[in-house]
Design a protein around this ligand. Structure first.
Ligand SMILES: CC(C)(COP(=O)(O)OP(=O)(O)OC[C@H]1O[C@@H](n2cnc3c(N)ncnc32)[C@H](O)[C@@H]1OP(=O)(O)O)[C@@H](O)C(=O)NCCC(=O)NCCS
Length: 178
């Protein structure tokens, strides 16, 4: 997934946001951005953002401050440990700055970092599959991510089971051929 082929009229150039690794001083803004999306994102305490700040990326716009965040987590329990699975997490763009290509750019940045250590797969659990489909993700069976489902969904009070929840599991790249 790249931003190739994106000319001046495309989404990528519609925001002047700078995408950069997060700093500790960004943690509170990241926490607030995530908290503004309670229906789409797993809530995250400020302490968790601080503890994992080295895995966060942010988008910053002159005059608008932090407008997006995204991070990832490595799951050695899914796949062979030497080619563990990586999940994209907490992908969010501030509501008034959506549709400007920022989401694509920040996911590209995180995926670029993750690809550098060669995981077995890059996955996401999302209520916004069309966005990730645009970025090269395809739908996979949730059963392929059972450990993650157990860890992430065990305290969910919205749905009886991860398999009745409308959240969709997706992986980056072309679907495997049978
Ligand atoms: C999903 C989200 C990150 C998208 O951010 P964004 O900055 O608006 O996305 P972009 O402008 O980079 O869009 C990239 C492409 O995806 C498409 N897209 C974005 N959101 C979409 C949506 N909800 N449905 C369908 N397509 C969508 C855009 O049209 C664009 O397509 P194009 O390249 O053909 O023009 C943002 O809406 C958000 O923060 N939502 C709430 C949190 C969330 O759902 N996070 C994802 C779950 S992990």
């Amino acid at each position: 997934m790249t931003s190739e082929g994106t000319g001046p009229e495309t989404a990528v150039s519609r925001s002047s946001a700078t995408i950069r690794p997060a700093r500790l001083s960004d943690a509170r803004d990241i926490f607030l951005l995530i908290a503004q999306n309670p229906n789409e994102l797993v809530p995250r305490p400020l302490a968790s953002v601080v503890q994992n700040i080295d895995r966060f990326w942010v988008a910053e716009e002159s005059g608008a401050g932090l407008v997006a965040a995204a991070t990832y987590q490595v799951y050695p329990e899914i796949g062979a440990p030497h080619r563990a699975t990586v999940e994209l997490q907490s992908v969010c763009v501030r509501q008034d700055r959506r549709g400007l290509g920022i989401g694509r750019r920040i996911v590209d940045a995180v995926v670029g970092r993750v690809r550098a250590f060669d995981p077995g797969q890059i996955v996401v659990l999302t209520f916004t599959p069309p966005f990730f489909a645009k970025l090269g993700f395809h739908r996979v069976e949730k059963s392929a991510l059972l450990y993650k489902l157990y860890m992430g969904c065990v305290n969910c009070t919205k749905h009886e089971s991860p398999f009745t929840c409308p959240e969709v599991a997706m992986a980056l790249g072309a679907p495997a051929q049978d």
